[in-house]
Design a protein around this ligand. Structure first.
Ligand code: AMP
Length: 563
């Protein structure tokens, strides 16, 4: 139709332009892998991105090529994000925590042409290099002085950049060009590739900066602790340059002490990360009698936020917001922003609201579906499979012949949730983790949240174990804080007091450490494996009280199908 607006593309070149034109002197600060701090301005960052772009083109990188990057959150990975995207190539971030086999699989599947890696990951890359079919060469993200001898003869990043020009005539790309790529880190099945378009990244970066979303502004100093090797660190590296916020990158320093020092030294006001990281930071503050002097907000996502984290941060004057999303959603789908007057409420009333995953970001549609495919009401009670659609939701996995969407065009998230009448979505489980007890679905998140409030508990995970009458009943598995002690029954009683009867764990087991996966989530598959022959104490007692050995055998057989 005539008389409409222009159609100029939404690409990350536009973000870079805003950063340089409007906020040229704003800072990017990195805790280096080699030790020490690196600091430069947005203007100087763009110059190095230009040098990198020239180097990439000289190496033979062409539009559409996938380039693997395995690195910590550093200015060098930020340069790769922008330089690759802005020349039309694809920055394929690789999660080192998923191990060598996974890395080899995703590099081969994506057919990466080159692989860039941090020093930390040299042994991993060297070990898999003989199995990487498409890779033409390697680049180690350091300077000559720090580059070790290596059998794969990597080029040295700083040497590559040194000889190049510091300006680049960035091309105009179609906004539907792929800009970056990340593989799912599901615990079952092969990883699946997700391509992020320039348009999806730009739209999400803009929307996440809205006040009722992440709500960060140009006055903030952002610290993405969430790794840049997983779903673009929730787009913080794009959002910061878009709004002109100072960006602080923690490098490999993810422990409580390193994070605390960086937060204080760089006057961080807004941090983003997964719950496990925050538990480590809070423990450090507690053990060392420290307080925050500038931190105001933290955004928690990737796994469910717990009451312990909310209270832990509030003690130091930091407000906590929860976000929910996934690799297939670039990644953010909902954020739980506070309604006006929220902080006037007593904390007991606030916490149940904060534990919800939040309202859909603008332009994201959500629905919940019953087992038999019917759409369920937003009544806060009906619980079903959460499906989504929107401009930054996947339409197809990369090079996969499996259907990605439902027949009517929605993406099934694999999460089970309720949606409250005020639009706030609340996850109760992953579909595969839900405990099905006598036809009812029990939320493992509720049980874990209650357990984390027990002072001696450091980590908690609930899984379903077989029960002859109820099919499944909850077993709560906990790990205790360093030096703390508690009896399983004490913990069980504490949790039961906080939950409806159906959710009472039938037993509590204490183990040394809860297995955590590569993206900070509890590895329930591993726990289910560890406890696959677990007999609930009440059932074992029942079996033991049968005096006749034959009866006992047949009872156990009837309960567990075993001899
Ligand atoms: P990933 O694709 O690795 O980022 O994992 C996505 C999954 O993490 C989601 O489908 C959820 O199961 C889980 N997840 C992410 N954020 C949250 C949250 N705030 N609360 C509960 N689960 C979450």
């Amino acid at each position: 139709m005539e008389g409409l607006m222009m159609h100029t593309p939404l690409t990350i070149k536009g973000i870079l332009k805003i950063a340089v034109n409007n906020y040229a002197n704003q800072e990017i600060v990195t805790k280096l892998v080699e030790g020490g701090i690196h600091r430069y301005s947005f203007k100087d960052a763009e110059k190095r991105m230009a040098k990198l772009a020239h180097a990439l083109v000289r190496m033979g990188v062409k539009p559409g090529d996938r380039i693997g990057v395995m690195g910590w959150n550093t200015h060098r990975q930020l340069e790769l994000y922008y330089a690759l995207g802005c020349i039309g190539a694809i920055c394929h971030t690789i999660n080192p925590r998923l191990g060598a086999e996974n890395a080899a699989f995703v590099i081969n599947h994506a057919e990466d042409k080159f692989v860039f890696y941090d020093l930390t990951f040299a042994p991993l890359i060297e070990a898999i290099a003989p199995h990487l079919k498409s890779v033409k060469g390697y680049v180690v993200l350091t300077d000559k002085a720090n580059a070790p001898k290596s059998p794969i003869n990597p080029a040295v990043y700083e040497t590559l950049l040194a000889k190049e020009k510091d300006s680049y005539d960035w091309p105009d790309l179609d906004e539907n060009t792929a800009c970056s790529m990340c593989y799912t880190s599901g615990t079952t099945g092969q990883p699946k590739g997700v391509l992020y378009s320039h348009r999806a990244i730009v739209l999400q970066a803009m929307v996440t900066c809205l006040p009722a979303s992440f709500g960060c502004t140009h006055e903030d100093t952002l610290l993405p602790v969430v790794p840049m090797f997983h779903v673009n660190a929730w787009n913080a590296p794009y959002a910061a340059l878009l709004i002109g916020a100072k960006l602080v990158l923690p490098g490999p320093g993810m422990d409580g002490e390193s994070l605390y020092t960086l937060i204080e030294d760089e006057k961080v006001t807004y941090s983003l990360g997964v719950p496990t990281i925050w538990l480590g930071l809070l423990a450090y503050l507690e053990e060392n009698n420290k307080t925050f002097s500038t931190m105001k907000y933290t955004l928690v996502g990737g796994s469910a936020l717990s009451e312990a984290i909310i209270r832990g941060f509030e003690k130091y004057g930091v407000r906590v917001r929860q976000g929910w999303g996934m690799t297939e959603m670039s990644p953010t789908g909902t954020v739980n922003a506070e309604d006006p007057g929220f902080y006037d409420l007593p904390i007991e009333e606030r916490i149940p609201i904060q534990l919800k995953q939040g309202r859909a970001l603008p332009f994201i549609d959500m629905r919940i579906m019953s087992e038999d495919g019917k759409e369920l009401p937003w009544d806060g009670v009906s619980s079903g499979h959460l499906q989504v659609r929107g401009p930054w939701v996947i339409s197809d996995y990369y090079n996969s012949d499996k259907p990605t969407l439902t027949e009517d065009g929605w993406f099934d998230t694999g999460d089970v949730s309720v949606i409250h009448p005020d639009g706030r979505m609340q996850i109760t489980d992953r579909a595969k983790d839900v405990i099905k007890s006598g036809g009812e679905w029990i939320s493992t998140l509720d049980i874990e949240n209650a357990a984390l409030m027990f002072p001696a508990v450091a980590q908690a995970a609930a899984i379903g174990v077989h029960h002859p009458k109820w099919q499944e009943r909850p077993l709560l598995i906990v790990a205790l804080k360093k030096g703390a002690s508690a009896e399983p029954e004490e913990i069980r009683q504490f949790v039961c007091e906080r939950l409806p009867k159906i959710s009472h764990p039938d037993a509590v087991e204490i183990i040394d450490e809860i297995p955590i996966g590569a993206t900070g989530k509890v590895l329930k598959t591993k726990l289910r494996e560890m406890f696959k022959d677990y007999v609930l104490p009440s059932l074992a007692d029942k079996a033991a009280s049968k005096s006749n050995a034959g009866e006992k055998k047949s009872l156990l057989k009837s309960l567990f199908g075993k001899k």
